[in-house]
Every structure is written in structure tokens, then in C-alpha cells.
Ligand binder design. Sequence first.
Ligand code: CP
Length: 323
Amino acid sequence: RRHLLSTQDLAYDDALLVLDTAAELARVADRPVRKLPTLRGRTVVNLFFEDSTRTRISFEAAAKRLSADVINFSAKGSSVSKGESLKDTALTLEAMGADAVVVRHQASGAPHRLAHSGWIRGAVVNAGDGTHEHPTQALLDAYTLRHHLAGGRGDLAGRRVTVVGDVLHSRVARSNVHLLHTLGAEVVLVAPPTLLPLGVEGWPCETSYDLDAVLPKTDAVMMLRVQRERMSTAGGGYFPSAREYSRRYGLDAARLAALPEHALVMHPGPMNRGLEISAEAADSPRSTIVEQVANGVSVRMAVLYLLLGGSEPAIGTDDTSGG
Ligand code: CP
């Protein structure tokens, strides 16, 4: 495999390999010097055309922990503002010797274009493209679910995950539906009818408009950010009002209490506190929101290691990790 573009084309064995490798690499974080020499001499470019906090920083941390050189490119403040195209930007990065390009773009399909254009030779990792996919987010979510619900081993067979909210605009929802299905979990999407995409009947999941009916039977509830910035775009979904949305689809204290005792509360971030999730739910002991961010570093280390085929084992005896 040369690129990671979507979870829809990620096979069961490949998904488990990423999760198992991430679990091995997570052990590095417990060591005094948290760095491996595995990708020394390789260059990872973070190519971000859209804003990001978690994804960009954790890819940078992941690459650095594997000793890769990291170049951070942000469209803001670059020659993209002068009209430079994706192609010319890619050719510029290629000239600088990128071994992997981690790309976030507002246009669905931009990472596929980069991967199949011939403009760059390196591996392409989709860090979120438009409303299409965000595969490393789904992998870190699966890692978190597996840790809590499956003892950190195997798949998620028989587990029930409820994904709630603005599915229409959510690349996180799309990637999660496909990956969780591949890993054997049952997924229920809960959203207002206006925030479910056309064609959702063909996705490998159930759908519901009734959050209160679904919550008591869930092992994890994954709240989605309401993407108000995308609502005004063509075909962009109808958002009733913040109050009405919270009342019908927000995770508040009462709904938190309706969850089974073992159930997890997840959110990919960034959160709209008080809209799709209350502070009480976000900060509750069953919330894995901060843990998801930490797991993202291990998962992204695994992805970079597997794609770039590190010259040494991911965990070697001659590493610099001090342990
Ligand atoms: N979850 C996520 O993709 O967050 P960022 O937009 O901050 O990267």
C-alpha cells in the first residue's frame, strides 16, 4: 500500500495492522526519550489548505518521534493566496524531496488527485478532504474503542457505536462508518433528516432520527461537530436553531445518564460546547475526547511507519528511546 486515502478501501487485515502497530508504538511514549530512529533521513510534509489543530500537530509529533524531518505548509501565508495551483504547489514540494505528503484540503478528492497525478512520488495521506473522508481520525477512534471495549486486541465485532449529528458534512462520520463496519461493529447514525446525506441508505449502517431511543443500547456515542461554516454552501443542509438542535440531538446530562454504565463518550474535536455536547458530558469520566487526541499520535506514527517502510523495525533494540 502506498497511500492512505480512505477507510472505504482499507482491508480488515490492513486496519488491524495499523492498530497493532500503533499499540506497539504507544509503548514508546512511556519511555524516558520518546524518539525512534526509524524514519531518519525521510521528509514528511504537512500540506494544510484548511485549518487544523489536532491533526496537523499530531502528524508533526508522530513524524518527529520517528526522527523524520518535517516541513509544515499552511495555505494561509503561502503563494496559494496568489493563485498558485495544487499542481504547482505539489511540484514545489516534490522538488524539495517529500517522502510523504499529509494533505488536508477543503475539496473532497484533493488527496486522490495528488496521489494519482504523478506530480509527487511520495506517499499521500489524507488528513481530511472536504466532506469526504478523514481516515486517520477513524483509525484513532477505532484504536480508542478497541482499547476500552475489546481489551486492546482483535476487532470490534458485536460492539454498537452511535454517531450523532451533522453527518451531512462529516468526513469523520464517513470514515468511521466504513472502518467500524470493516472491524465488525454495528453503527447507528442519528441525525435530523436534513443533516443526513443523500444515498445514506447504501452505507453499511442503520439510521435513526431518535437519539433517546438509541442511547440505552450503545457501547459508545460519537458526537459530531455541527459544521455551521459549511451550512451555507450549495446543497448545504438545513440547521434549525441551536436551541432546537441541542434539545433534539445534544448530549446533555440527562442523555449521559441514559447511556449504559460502560459506554464511552467520544468527539473528534473541535467541539461546540453547549451545542452538540454539554460541558458536563465532554468533561465526564467516561469521555475519551482527550485520550483520542493522544491516541492520534500513535496511530499516525503507525501510518507513517507502514507507508514509508522504515529501514528499521518500528520498535528496535538499537533505538534512541532509552528503554
Ligand atoms: N479532529 C480533527 O480533525 O481536528 P482538527 O480539525 O483540529 O485537526
